[in-house]
Write a protein that binds this ligand. Structure first.
Ligand code: CA
Length: 230
């Protein structure tokens, strides 16, 4: 499970140590030395995980965390706070800020790698390789296969990712912009109506086993994957 990680940390020693170890674990790491730089970076790139140091020059890690949590675009991104303080009160503050997890320095890079895996599994299950099944529709990420009631369905790569995201985030409405962020990533520029095209293709691909109705249009809002009749 390789992830794009943004590390926001001002101490170069820790930057290098973490970057080295996370890269070795198969992740892609980008580094920001302060919150302002991180915000600038995030405008163009949405990482899979943010590692956020508490004490930063300028805006603190906690303030940055709160700010990200109040922005729809960043809400799905797991945040792990890194800090030198270990007091309980601070821990609570850290979690109240909307962080998903909390690590007190010094920590072992190996521990950090396993925490990253854990938050991804919780917050971004579409990044794991575990098969998902909903109402007879089964998607197996490791084998890249989709079956509807035992019948193999043919999906293009984008439809596959879209379905994987939907199946791991059921019963929630996603706007076109959110789907672009989550499924396409931000390295590419695509128009929102591209989403509609792929939704149509996805429904078509799900028709042979009668699962097209799971992908529902929510007028004025976007799309939802739901077992309830829309
Ligand atoms: Ca610091």
């Amino acid at each position: 499970m390789a992830a794009n990680i943004l590390l926001v940390e001002d101490e170069t020693g820790i930057q290098e140590l973490l970057k080295f170890n996370l890269t070795k674990a198969g992740h892609q790491v980008s580094v920001s030395g302060d919150a302002e730089h991180a915000l600038q970076f995030l405008k163009n790139t949405l990482p899979d995980v943010i590692l956020l140091d508490w004490m930063l020059p300028g805006m603190s890690g906690i303030d940055l965390c709160k700010r990200l949590r109040n922005d729809e675009r960043y809400q799905p991104v797991p945040i792990i706070m890194l800090t030198a303080r270990g007091e309980e009160r601070d821990k609570v503050l850290g979690l109240d800020s909307g962080a998903d997890d909390y690590m007190t320095k010094p920590f072992s890079p190996r521990e950090l790698v396993s925490r990253i895996k854990a938050v991804l599994r919780r917050r971004a299950p579409q990044m794991t390789d575990e098969p998902v099944e909903v109402n007879g529709l089964r998607l197996d990420p490791a084998r890249h296969r989709v079956q509807g009631n035992g019948q193999t369905l043919e999906l293009g790569p984008t439809e596959f990712r879209l379905l994987h995201f939907f199946m791991t985030h059921p019963e929630r409405v996603y706007s076109r912009a959110q789907l672009l962020d989550q499924v396409w990533g931000d390295d590419v520029f695509v128009e929102e109506r591209t989403v509609d095209v792929h939704i149509r293709r996805l429904r078509l691909a799900l028709e042979p086993s009668d699962h097209a109705g799971l992908v529902q249009t929510v007028r004025g809002s976007g799309y939802r994957f739901s077992v309830e009749v829309g």
